[in-house]
Design a protein around this ligand. Structure first.
Ligand code: DC
Length: 231
């Protein structure tokens, strides 16, 4: 069967990774979480103290980009590939509110984007990939056979993110999570380099009122049609 490229973009916490993982699993495709790569660079910058409170030493980060090696290793137990920074598993460490609070600023640096887009394109060069992010259908894979653009209200998304953080034991307040979601929406869609916009040929899915099963059924039908179109 011919393999296709599936690009899934959208605002933060729209459930992109949930649907991307389900589809990749169902098709036996590779799943790549491109947001994890921007988070990994942010985590690196924080651990090297290039980010401190509100100061961000952009020049130093650009200078050190060559020292940042990002890879994905499949973890059978969780069923997807986890992100590694210089051979260290940082899958959990990149999901904190601190990293979330700074990642949009790091993702706005053109040199960072250039490096990560090149890695993403390499990961998808043989097709059979489901990648989620903000610019996958517009910049990384403009020729993807299927492009989805996920949306949901900011409140629905903040509630989902809040639950996730509480479940993993973080002490957070809902209002801070909502504020972070709104701030990231703004930064991601107004930055100069590759802002978050829906590609003309992307199919928009608002999942505010969809169950996971309904969403999966809807998306899987689109995937099947895109594969059939190729054959
Ligand atoms: O999907 P996420 O919330 O883990 O992404 C983290 C941040 O990375 C998000 O605020 C925007 C940025 N990002 C990006 O600019 N381009 C991508 N392809 C993926 C994520």
């Amino acid at each position: 069967m011919n393999k296709i490229t599936i690009a899934i973009d959208g605002y933060s916490s729209t459930g992109k990774s949930t649907i991307a993982k389900q589809i990749a699993y169902q098709l036996g495709y590779i799943y790549v979480d491109s947001g994890a790569m921007y988070r990994a660079v942010t985590y690196y910058a924080m651990s090297k103290e290039l980010i401190h409170k509100n100061d961000f030493n952009v020049e130093a980060l650009i200078y050190q980009l060559d020292k940042i090696n990002i890879s994905f290793v499949f973890n059978k137990e969780v069923g997807f590939a986890e992100v590694y920074l210089n051979n260290k598993n940082i899958e959990k460490a990149i999901r904190t509110l601190e990293v979330s609070g700074f990642v949009s600023k790091v993702a706005a640096v053109p040199e960072v984007r250039k490096k990560l887009v090149a890695i993403q394109q390499k990961l998808g060069e043989n097709k059979g990939v489901v990648m989620d992010g903000r610019d996958i259908g517009t910049v990384v894979f403009p020729n993807a056979e299927l492009k989805l653009f996920m949306t949901a209200s900011a409140e629905t998304r903040a509630e989902r993110r809040y639950k996730e953080l509480v479940e993993r034991g973080d002490e957070v307040i809902y209002e801070s999570v909502l504020k972070n979601v709104q701030e990231r929406d703004h930064l991601d869609s107004t930055r100069k380099d590759s802002p978050l916009i829906k590609a003309n040929d992307a199919i928009q899915i608002d999942n505010s009122n969809l169950s996971l099963q309904e969403q999966f059924d809807q998306v899987f039908q689109l995937v099947t049609m895109a594969i059939e179109d190729l054959e």
